[in-house]
Write a protein that binds this ligand. Structure first.
Ligand code: GLP
Length: 261
């Protein structure tokens, strides 16, 4: 894992956007895996700014989102399709036909999951997968103790995840308790992973993910086995790391071509 610690979430998100922009500029028809949640919002704002002010071109880009709530149509304000439309897609020149979010309203959810995996393969696989981190260490909606080899499937959300996300959702009672999510196995096949985690609520999950044992108890720890995974943190989410000074040292002594900013 490449660990990059920045002063605050804002700087971290701008750095994350730079990495994504470089991916798109190097390969204009990149396939991006995208995430929802509060964490990547600022990163999406920066991508929109780069599109408007620097001509970052999304016309050939294809996207696959990590997950979606079961039962919510794309028109529902709390659906992840709606989130992506509002916070990114409608502000850039992406072809909406090339944007994919699992369909949580599909009549046959199992078929929807299998078809989603096939679509990713047909698109040539994911070049860069953006990820957030749940407070319990989940990535996508892969909750603790789920298989580290899982594929896109229907998952039951943990009580903690429901509580954490209810702040955004508005009401705990109305929240769907199930979601479709890419599996850990799906995420691990992305050629590159970029995970962002900021703030004190993520300190423990970050510690387990980066320095804890590789264990299904912390699904994010599977990324220790990924060949090219970059983790962007801020001072508070990195506060529990034993080797924080080492990561800062590595970062400071990178060769120019190894640097992202
Ligand atoms: C949700 C999403 C994840 C996200 C995580 C963290 O459950 N399914 O993809 O990374 O929660 O959310 P936030 O960024 O709001 O802290």
């Amino acid at each position: 894992m490449e660990i990059l610690i920045r002063d605050n979430a804002d700087v971290g998100c701008v750095l994350g956007a730079k990495i994504i922009a470089k991916t798109i500029r190097t390969k204009p028809n990149s396939v991006l895996g995208l995430a929802t949640g509060r964490t990547p919002l600022r990163l999406y704002q920066e991508l929109i700014r780069m599109h408007r002010e620097e001509g970052l071109d999304f016309s050939q880009v294809t996207t696959f989102n990590l997950d979606e709530y079961v039962g919510l149509p794309g028109t529902h304000e709390q659906s992840y399709r709606y989130f992506m439309q509002e916070n990114l897609f409608r502000h850039i020149n992406i072809d909406v036909a090339n944007t994919h979010v699992p369909d949580g309203t599909a009549a046959e959810l199992h078929n929807e999951c299998r078809a989603y995996e096939k679509k990713i393969i047909a698109a040539g696989g994911i070049d860069l997968q953006l990820l957030g981190l749940g407070r319990n260490g989940h990535i996508g909606f892969n909750e603790p103790t789920g298989s580290l080899r899982s594929r896109t499937w229907i998952k039951i959300l943990s009580e903690q995840t429901l509580r954490d996300n209810s702040a955004v959702f508005g009401s705990f009672a109305d929240m769907p308790k199930h979601a479709l999510t890419m599996g850990i196995g799906t995420i691990m096949e992305a050629r590159r992973c970029l995970l962002l985690a900021f703030g004190p609520a993520k300190t423990r999950a970050v510690e387990q993910m980066v320095e804890g044992p590789l264990s299904a108890i912390c699904p994010g720890s599977a990324l220790q086995e990924h060949l090219r995974c970059t983790v962007i943190l801020d001072d508070s989410s990195a506060a529990g790391l034993r080797f924080a000074d080492h990561y800062r040292w590595i970062d400071k002594n990178k060769l120019p071509w190894q640097r992202h900013d």
